[in-house]
Design a binder for this molecule. Structure first.
Ligand code: GAR
Length: 211
């Protein structure tokens, strides 16, 4: 069983999609062993606790500087002994020490088709605001492995979603979640847990197609 830890910052709808996929048997060979938030009051922690998954928060506000926060955060991550770390709406830059320690074992969901609309300053609703400003007709979501460069790691999967006339950032965000994120992220975890994808020479290679 792959030990999976999920890192969150907000509402946790992607976390919920993962929880539901495990319950429904759409993710196999994986166990959700912990949820960690950088924010004490988020709905994600409630969702985790309702599913009886150990959930903790480590807030930067409780530490004198970024380094102390990162040390405490990494300690919590290590405590769960994860095989895979999933960033599901985790809106904090991942500590470099964590990326190095868990190289090839951290994935992130990003709400656009990388390399468009990603990198510093592109997170959450802001991504969809920029998509609408630029007037692109197709957007989507991407699951990728996490490396030191923001949103630059090997891409595991992507799904396109149409932008529609009259979309607001909120409407588009919801469509991207429903049509792409909540499907892609559970599938990616299932693929890793069942050895269907692997990293090879800095690229993500699919060895077995999904059924
Ligand atoms: C999701 O749209 C996720 O893709 C995005 O934040 C949202 C969190 O929603 N992540 C990023 O922008 C990462 N750069 P959720 O808390 O309801 O899952």
């Amino acid at each position: 069983m792959l030990r999976v830890v999920v890192l969150v910052s907000g509402g946790g709808t992607n976390l919920q999609a993962i929880i539901d996929a495990v319950s429904a048997g759409r993710i196999t060979n994986a166990e959700l062993v912990g949820v960690i938030s950088n924010n004490k009051t988020v709905k994600s922690l409630e969702r985790a606790r309702a599913a009886e998954i150990p959930a903790v928060s480590v807030s930067p506000k409780d530490y004198e500087d970024r380094d102390a926060f990162y040390r405490a955060f990494l300690e919590k991550v290590d405590g769960f002994r994860p095989d895979l770390i999933v960033l599901a709406g985790f809106l904090v830059a991942v500590p470099k020490q964590m990326v190095q320690k868990y190289e090839g074992r951290i994935i992130n969901i990003h709400p656009s088709l990388i390399p468009s609309f990603c990198g510093v300053g592109y997170y959450g609703l802001k991504v969809h605001e920029r998509v609408l400003e630029r007037g692109v007709k197709v957007t989507g979501a991407t699951v990728h492995f996490v490396t030191e460069g923001m949103d630059e790691g090997p891409i595991l999967s992507q799904k396109a979603v149409y932008v529609e006339e009259g979309d607001t950032p909120e409407i588009l965000q919801r469509r991207v979640m429903e049509q792409a994120e909540w499907i892609l992220l559970p599938q990616a975890i299932d693929d890793i847990a069942n050895g269907r994808v692997r990293l090879e020479g800095g690229r993500c290679v699919r060895t077995t197609q999904r059924d």
